[in-house]
Design a binder for this molecule. Structure first.
Ligand code: HEC
Ligand code: HEC
Length: 379
């Protein structure tokens, strides 16, 4: 009897976890040393929204990753930090970042926990001199002290950035979204969940468009990324003449201890070097992490530099063989997977319709227009 009860409880528990994983997504990977708990998640949410952890006291993680903008700062091309200082890169959504094998466009951070250390110190983001002021604010705030005690069983004096980043990461791991019309059609076998153009677009995505070779789909889930880095001709095409000089200067400075985090977010040309800044391989020049395509219709603009405003522009760029405008020059490090596609106007429209079917229900109200109209509140 007791055995049966335990078995039943185990089944219930498994069912509860499965119910939390939306259609089209795998289970959320959680590191063994940072299990999800309600206390930690609530604390992480508070930290994520706290503007006091910035040099000017008015920039939080949520300033650039706002819930009402699908955790981005759409429609900005590149993010604005303290004193409206601009960086060089477009803020990726935090939604589904829990599945990323590496964080940032160039993958320079290995985990959500590590990633959360960086923005606090970046001079164009939150610009603190070090993490000290964060711990000082937390230790002097009764509410935080109580919440850290509940989440980690720790006393005020013992709170470190380890707990701060674990709580933020735990909160981020709750921001997952699937169950899009595409998921209901493809994984849920709901035959009329997506339109006819979207279905045709999916065929192009798998076929002539060859999109799926990088924006991967598995048998029982789809993250739309291969977790690898590719040069698809964005930004780097325009600075080709400078690349040898730029790459050399970067390596010299890096060997002398330059802060890579600061360099890639403060100089646009350096930013375009992409994955090279992390792995020092010439073949990685201009290479960026394949981003997910989930909720893509509501997170414009696109690419690491936010240089493309519409999904149609993106598809035309691929159709041209990794170059915009069509008669521009392609860079020498372009990925072998990027070739002119010869798609018809209808196939281009269909691909866009397919990508529009990847919006999860909770973000459906966030049409491109309403994103643009939402004013930044710093929340
Ligand atoms: C000033 C705007 C800004 C602030 C503030 C900011 N971010 Fe970001 N975030 C960005 C930009 C821009 C990138 C991409 C940078 C890059 O790739 O080099 C990014 C990348 C990320 C990523 C990686 C996502 C991916 O798909 O690779 C995560 C996760 C993230 N931020 C979480 C946070 C957290 C947590 C905080 C607060 C501690 C924060 N951000 C503060 C703008 C911001
Ligand atoms: C060789 C790998 C590869 C192939 C093939 C590929 N992509 Fe991409 N895709 C990427 C990479 C890498 C980026 C980011 C590049 C950058 O920011 O410089 C990207 C970016 C995008 C973006 C912008 C995402 C964002 O968050 O800004 C969209 C949309 C997109 N791709 C759609 C497609 C479509 C549609 C196809 C097929 C026509 C396709 N991709 C084929 C690798 C690929």
């Amino acid at each position: 009897m007791k055995k049966l009860l335990i078995a039943a409880c185990a089944l219930l528990a498994a069912g509860a976890v499965a119910a939390q994983t939306p259609l089209g997504l795998p289970g959320v990977p959680v590191p063994a040393d940072n299990p999800q708990t309600p206390q930690k998640i609530a604390l992480g949410s508070l930290l994520f929204h706290d503007v006091r952890f910035s040099a000017t006291g008015d920039v939080a993680c949520a300033t650039c990753h706002a819930a009402e903008k699908v955790f981005t700062d759409s429609p900005l091309s590149v993010s604005e930090g303290i004193n409206k200082l601009t960086g060089t890169r477009n803020a990726p959504t935090v939604v589904n970042a829990a599945y990323n094998k590496t964080q940032f466009w160039d993958g320079r951070s290995p985990s959500l926990e590590d990633q959360a250390l960086h923005p606090f110190l970046n001079p164009v983001e939150m610009a603190l001199p070090d993490h000290g002021p964060i711990l000082e604010i937390i230790r002097g705030d009764d509410n935080y002290v109580a919440m850290f005690r509940d989440a980690f069983g720790i006393r005020a004096a013992n709170i470190t950035m380890d707990e701060v980043t674990k709580a933020i990461a735990a909160f981020e791991r709750t921001q997952v979204s699937g169950n899009s019309p595409f998921d209901r059609w493809y994984f849920g076998r709901e035959s009329d969940a997506i339109s006819e153009p979207a279905r045709r677009g999916f065929a192009v995505f798998l076929g002539n468009g060859r999109c799926v070779s990088c924006h991967a789909i598995e048998q029982d889930h789809a993250l739309f990324t291969d977790h690898l880095f590719h040069n698809i001709g964005v930004g780097i095409n325009d600075i080709q003449d400078k690349v040898p000089q730029l790459a050399h200067a970067f390596q010299v400075a890096k060997n002398q201890g330059m802060d890579v985090d600061v360099a890639v977010l403060s100089d646009a040309d350096t930013s375009h070097l992409g994955r090279f800044a992390v792995d020092d391989q010439l073949s990685s020049i201009g290479g960026f992490k394949t981003p997910t395509l989930r909720n893509i219709a509501v997170t414009a603009p696109y690419m690491h530099d936010g240089s493309m405003k519409t999904l149609r522009e993106v598809v035309e760029h691929y159709n041209n063989g990794g170059v915009t405008p069509a008669d521009g020059a392609v860079n020498a490090f372009l990925s072998g997977g990027i070739k002119p596609l010869n798609l018809s106007e209808q196939e281009i429209d269909d691909l866009v319709a397919f990508m529009e079917s990847l919006t999860s229900p909770q973000f459906e109200q966030t049409s491109g227009d309403s994103v643009a109209a939402t004013s930044g509140t710093g929340e």
